[in-house]
Design a protein around this ligand. Structure first.
Ligand code: PLP
Length: 500
């Protein structure tokens, strides 16, 4: 064994020995004040406690207590606090925070904090690698994990992937590549008065607006296209919009098809959109931040036909691949597209290696090893376990929808396409159902047995649960119906009393 190599640890041996006999550096005050084993043991106990508490729903969300309030009002600490005390404080703070991995957290599109992913994050942070430049094995892990995601969702293997902090940055990165493709002089000259357009459905995620703003195209360049009765982009409207822009001398930069909208889980007709794009030579980006992992499930794969034809895609592994945030992947079909967009030659980056540095393919400089949690999760559990968990969430969404339709005081929005299932409480005698459902979402949050947020669809307020947590049981999912009906009835009753 090479003496410079870190030996694989056996039973924690060697954790405390490394500093023995060495000269104290000036930063000695940054050493732990207890043995590493003790600090790690306390941290492990906190993690164990958290995981145990995520195994089952908890009956309420604790309020922020006085001790925590006091802590959070303290100014910059000059003096040290013993690490075990500080860890205990952190444990309290975390316990009094809203944690998405809890099995009855149904708001927004949550994440699950998959345990092996948490362990991978600890390991990756310990080595604190920087994937801006070639980091040897870790750089290869990132590329491999990207190819695994591509294979999982049915995208060609000879692609290039970059891990980012989230769907927002993945979408901005992909649209930057599309802009470079459509306007090859844009990096030097800016938009220079060129009029350009990006196309998406009106239900696309706000990150697309943010992207066109950040890329200097301007929010007015975004064509927010109509949706059909199931809230999918209308392809005829897309073709007309592109053709009208071409006639007006406006450059179509990209079409964004959403594979699972945040609002209702609608999947745009990707294959038809791909036909329209290829006939006109326009870049197709598929925003699969939320929904694309469902392409791996045979019952839902037909919804995603055409994704393999996209120029770029993005998937948030921190959504429906269950690993902790942040972990998104932006994948392009031709690696050269990212290199042309982000490649550069600063004086402080050595260029004597054949390998590509990630800073020449991505927006960021300092880049942590975000891919390790997904790599380790897929290696540990295998892709089949992920498919089964996603299929389970899809089944739960249908179960939830079926149950909603059984009650007269509930109204379903639509059959679920994926795992977002908007519904609303419609008790007899309540005239302003929008205000009722907005208040009901807040009341459910205050009650704390489950967590859900409201959303506005065509001007009407719905409760909008999403089911993307591998920890949620069918009982957890269905509990939201009982809680919404119970609290909704109470709210309707007090409202009626007040009016009367
Ligand atoms: C379809 C879609 N795209 C992009 C995003 C943005 O992802 P992030 O919050 O990771 O930046 C989301 C977030 O919910 C989303 O649902």
């Amino acid at each position: 064994m090479n003496p410079d190599r870190t030996e694989p640890l056996v039973g924690g041996a060697g954790l405390d020995g490394a500093a023995e006999g060495t000269e104290a550096p000036d930063g000695a005050g940054l050493r732990l004040d207890v043995g590493r084993e003790a600090a790690l043991a306390r941290a492990a106990a906190i993690v164990r406690g958290a995981w145990r508490s995520f195994d089952r729903f908890r009956p309420g969300q604790p309020a922020i207590d006085d001790r925590v309030r006091e802590l959070l009002n303290v100014g910059l600490p000059e003096a040290p606090t013993p690490v075990l005390d500080a860890l205990n404080d952190v444990s309290r703070i975390l316990d009094e925070s809203i944690a998405q991995p809890r099995p009855r957290y149904f708001a927004f599109i949550g994440s699950s904090g998959l345990e092996i992913g948490v362990i991978a994050d600890l390991l990756a942070a310990s080595y604190d690698l920087n994937l801006a430049v070639d980091a040897a094995a870790a750089t290869a892990v990132e590329a491999q994990a990207g190819r695994w995601v591509a294979a999982f969702v049915g995208y060609p293997a000879d692609c290039a992937a970059a891990f980012t902090s989230g769907g927002t940055v993945s979408n901005i990165s992909a649209l930057a590549a599309a802009r470079e493709h459509a306007l090859p002089r844009v990096r030097a000259e800016g938009m220079a008065g060129v009029r350009a357009a990006v196309y998406c459905s009106r239900d696309a995620h706000y990150s697309i607006v943010r992207a066109v703003e950040m890329l200097g195209l301007g929010a007015n360049s975004l064509r927010s296209l109509p949706v059909d009765s199931r809230r999918r982009m209308v392809p005829e409207a897309l073709a007309e919009a592109i053709d009208a822009d071409l006639r007006a001398g406006i450059v179509p930069v990209a079409v964004v098809a959403t594979a699972g909208t945040t609002l209702t889980g609608a999947v745009d007709p990707i294959d038809t959109i791909a036909d329209i794009c290829s006939e006109r030579g326009v870049w197709l980006h598929v925003d699969g931040a939320y929904g694309l992992p469902a392409a791996s499930v045979s019952t839902h794969a037909p919804l995603f036909v055409g994704v393999s034809r996209a120029d770029s895609i993005c998937v948030d592994a921190h959504k429906w691949l269950y690993v902790p945030k942040p972990c998104s992947v932006c994948i392009v079909r031709r690696p050269g597209d990212l290199i042309r967009t982000f490649g550069h030659d600063p004086h402080y980056l050595p260029r004597d290696r054949a390998q590509q540095h990630a800073v020449d393919m991505t927006l960021e400089y300092s880049r942590p090893l975000r891919a390790l949690k997904l790599w380790l999760a897929l290696r540990t559990h295998g892709a089949a376990a992920f498919r089964a968990a996603i299929a389970g969430n899809l089944r739960q969404a249908q179960l939830f929808h079926n149950e909603v339709t059984r009650y007269e005081d509930l109204e379903a929005f639509d059959e679920p396409q994926l795992s977002v299932v908007p519904f609303r409480h419609v008790p007899a005698g309540v005239r302003d159902l929008d205000s009722h459902n907005r208040r009901l979402a807040l009341l459910i949050q205050k009650d704390g047995r489950a967590w859900v947020a409201s959303a506005v669809i065509d001007g009407r307020v719905y409760l909008r649960p999403s089911f993307v947590n591998f920890r949620s049981t069918d009982t957890d999912v269905l509990s939201l119906i009982d809680i919404a009906r119970e609290l909704g009835a109470r709210l309707a009753h007090t409202g009626t009393l007040r009016r009367g």
